[in-house]
Design a protein around this ligand. Structure first.
Ligand SMILES: *Cc1c(COP(=O)(O)O)cnc(C)c1O
Length: 817
């Protein structure tokens, strides 16, 4: 906690206005995450894609009374927010960091700083698990490791904690010094250095040097001496170290690692003694992460049996919140990732971003290791839950049950088993259910009880990547250009209401669908954004009106049918499609006379926009033609407005157009494929993140002899003896038959493997010779490592087709990182 006076002096802000200043309890940087207005200070931060100042009035209306801003006229601010205390600073992000740095200095406990290219979140989580028997640990929630995330992580520190573990991530030179001053680690752990995310750095050496700045003042640094670049850089500095290594001489020398079933046996030498331990993992990355943790445990002189005991209980960290469809129209947010307050707040926010799906239910276990006294903790939990409109709380565990009086209407069970005994699926219908429990409560059993059966093939949709792509295109828009997002064809195969929901949450201006039914579906799921329908059939006009969907009008006969269906006294919005050269749908100038004559007779019909579509925006080859289309559109739109006597929203650019013709954004643009991770011009593909991963599983593995054949028409011929895996995807799932006979490849254990034989209706066969594959193994059909663009090229089509072909029987699973 911090007084307003302290806030003011720490940030050296100018006090624009001080009205009944409140002590600062919560730091807020994202207006959507407001939960408790009293005691919240909002830092209006200007980011690459968004500007916190835009949300001041909304937050003021919601009751926030303390603001840190970096722009605005004092007189205007006090006029707009008469009851707020306002600080004007040079840089709001810096002010936030100063507050966190000050907060950190109030505590004398050991603080472990973790950085490195890979594994930092897992190592942080595991260290917290491993050390929690001895310590009250506070840690960064999820992967809050940025310039913004670190201050929020550090702010969680309170007087009861005995150990802090914070991770730090950077993408540019100069950033680590700032994070160092906020975290001030007394101990360090450097996981490794990879070649990823190199953009901001001149060389790997520079990246290592920059990351090392986190450890400038640590008493001891843990790292793996085999990472040569890290090792050399550390050696050049005078840092006390504790190392492990296989090849290099180190404090802990790893003599051998061998797999035994699902475990890895590690033989190591420490203080001259050879010892052996088992890790509950076999994959390389987990073993490395676990060895980092082992080094920390050994340095703390824990007895070997105790170390083994704790390692046995180590569990993989689900790096993401999964959202999936569940029984009876319910939707499940599965978050058994961590159950501290920070994690709960994040999960509740995700739940809040699905406001239209129906009632919200929270199933919550006891919170462990918060560092707070029980009563204070559950008071905070209740305060956190209360503003999130959770209609039903189910508390599971002896402690949360004890504090039931804090929660209003809620049901409590002392154990997961009790809950499951009483569980009746009929009691859950059309709800968004957040399942959040500490590991020991075994909430995966609850998740299983709610889950529908999953057919082996799933399309995973990365919602963070989607938002990233949205922001990329937003960053290309002029401040006043509106954004319409195309969610036709099941949002390009990605799942329409999930995507629409997210877009609504991120405040796009318009949505567009192909057919009225798609629009109705969105409305039924509570989407309130304006929606344009591009192919409204005459028999759907009544529906359009009932669900306030706005038709695209492209022909006179169509408009005649539409006006004939109008009801007295209502107002209608339509969008005029103009044909400027695509020659698909739309009016040409010759139609205008009749068109506007008719419109004149129906003043209740308002033309809200006029638009056209580019035929060749993705290819530079057609630039002249596109320019000509744009010029034609501009002049046609001018005429439209002149004839109507009012102005309309004008738009012509699709995803490729946004990249290629930024000067022709007009009033609005229409984003399609780019949102889903494909940059259609190809020139900025690197700036986008892949959104979808299509995954399936191996159904059976076979060995065949040279000369034998595989599949229908005996097309797959084994020239030598082969191992064949049959996988659970076929053309009925949308996996194109043109991938047959080696044209297509899939990823098996991260390796590209060709198809053998013809693609069948529900399955196909893959040559996995040389790999150790078994039934149930995961296979990736497309994803970040095997891109849609590449696959589309292999069979002479476009990514749009591959994406939208994934059949609806393939389950969509949405996740946030
Ligand atoms: C589908 C569509 C778009 C979006 O096109 P992308 O190439 O996916 O960006 C824009 N406008 C209209 C009329 C469309 O039908």
């Amino acid at each position: 906690m911090l007084s307003f006076q302290q806030l003011s002096s720490i940030t050296q802000g100018r006090e624009v206005q001080v009205v009944q200043p409140q002590p600062v309890v919560h730091l807020l940087t994202d207006s959507r995450k407001l939960s408790q207005p009293a005691g919240t200070v909002f830092f209006a931060i200007r980011g690459k894609y968004n500007d916190g100042h835009k949300y001041l009035s909304q937050l003021y209306r919601q009751g926030v009374r303390t603001f840190v801003v970096e722009q605005g006229e004092p007189a205007a601010l006090t006029h707009l927010y008469p009851e707020a205390s306002i600080l004007l600073v040079k840089d709001s992000l810096q002010a936030l960091q100063q507050v966190a740095a000050w907060h950190r200095q109030q505590f004398q406990i050991p603080v472990i700083g973790v950085t490195g290219s890979n594994g930092k979140t897992i190592v942080k989580e595991w260290l917290a698990q491993l050390l929690s028997p001895d310590e009250l640990v506070v840690k960064s929630p999820r992967s809050y490791n940025s310039q913004l995330g670190v201050p929020l992580s550090v702010w969680q520190l309170n007087a009861n904690h005995t150990l802090a573990i914070f991770e730090a991530g950077i993408s540019l030179p100069g950033e680590m010094e700032k994070l160092q001053q906020i975290i001030r680690p007394t101990l360090g752990l450097f996981t490794n250095i990879g070649s990823a995310h190199n953009e901001g750095f001149a060389s790997l050496e520079q990246k290592v040097a920059e990351k090392l700045k986190l450890f400038a003042h640590v008493e001891l640094l843990f790292y793996c001496a085999d990472h040569t670049l890290v090792h050399q850089a550390v050696q050049r500095q005078s840092i006390n170290t504790f190392t492990w290594g296989r090849r290099q001489e180190a404090d802990v020398t790893i003599n051998a690692t061998t797999t035994a079933g699902h475990r890895t046996i590690v033989v190591y030498t420490y203080l001259g003694q050879k010892q052996r331990l088992a890790l509950p993992f076999t994959d390389e990355a987990s073993v490395e992460n676990a060895l980092h943790c082992l080094a920390v445990l050994l340095q703390r002189s824990l007895p070997l049996s105790e170390i083994q005991d704790r390692l046995d209980r180590l569990h993989p960290v689900a790096m993401r919140l999964e959202m999936k469809e569940a029984i009876n129209g319910c939707y499940l947010i599965d978050d058994t990732y961590n159950n501290d307050l920070g994690g709960l707040a994040i999960a509740l926010n995700l739940q809040a971003s699905q406001p239209q799906r129906g009632a919200h239910t929270l199933i919550l276990s006891d919170l462990l290791e918060s560092g707070l006294a029980e009563e204070a903790l559950y008071k905070q939990v209740a305060e956190l839950v209360q503003p999130h409109r959770v209609q039903r709380l189910i508390g599971i565990g002896p402690v949360i049950s004890k504090y039931r009086h804090l929660f209003g209407e809620a049901v409590f069970y002392t154990s997961t088993a009790d809950f499951l005994k009483a569980f009746d699926s009929a009691n859950f219908r059309n709800e968004v259910i957040l399942v959040k429990g500490a590991r020991v409560f075994g909430f995966e059993k609850i998740v299983q009880a709610f889950q529908q059966k999953v057919h082996g093939t799933v399309l995973e949709v990365n919602l963070d990547a989607l938002v990233h792509n949205l922001n990329f295109y937003r960053s290309r828009l002029m401040p006043d250009t509106k954004l319409m997002v195309m969610v036709k064809a099941f949002a390009y195969g990605s799942g329409s209401f999930e995507v629409a929901n997210l877009l609504q949450f991120h405040r796009v201006d318009y949505l567009a669908v192909a057919y009225a039914d798609e629009g109705v579906m969105l409305r039924e799921h509570g989407i309130t954004l304006p929606i344009m329908v591009m192919n409204p059939a005459p028999d759907s006009f009544a529906k359009l009106q009932q669900y306030t969907l706005e038709p695209e009008i492209y022909a006179l006969e169509q408009l005649q049918a539409f006006v004939a269906s109008l009801e007295e006294g209502n107002k209608y919005k339509i969008h005029l499609k103009l044909d400027t050269g695509m020659h698909r749908l739309g009016f040409v100038s010759e139609d205008f006379e009749a068109l506007f004559d008719l419109l004149q007779q129906y003043p209740q019909v308002q033309v809200v926009s006029a638009f056209s579509h580019l035929a060749g925006a993705d290819e530079a080859l057609h630039n002249d033609f596109s320019q000509q289309q744009i010029a034609t559109f501009r002049s046609m739109a001018t005429e439209v407005e002149a004839r109507l006597g009012y102005s309309v929203t004008k738009h012509i650019l699709n995803s490729a157009g946004i990249v290629r013709f930024p000067e022709h954004q007009l009033d609005m643009v229409r984003l399609g494929i780019g949102l889903y991770g494909v940059e259609a011009t190809g020139s900025e593909q690197e700036a986008l993140r892949p959104v979808s991963t299509l995954k399936t599983t191996v159904s059976q593995v076979k060995s065949i002899n040279a000369g034998e054949t595989v599949g229908y028409s005996r097309k797959g011929i084994a020239d030598v003896a082969k191992t064949i895996a049959t996988i659970a995807i076929g053309y009925a799932d949308g996996y194109d038959r043109r991938f047959s006979n080696g044209v297509g490849q899939v990823l098996v254990q991260g390796q590209r493997r060709p198809l053998i034989g013809n693609v069948c209706m529900d399955m196909c066969m893959v040559d996995v010779t040389g790999l150790q594959v078994k039934a149930g193994d995961e296979v990736i059909v497309f994803g970040p490592q095997l891109t849609l663009v590449e696959l589309a090229n292999a069979i002479g089509t476009i990514p749009y087709e591959l994406l939208t072909n994934v059949s609806t029987r393939v389950k969509r699973v949405f996740f946030a990182e």
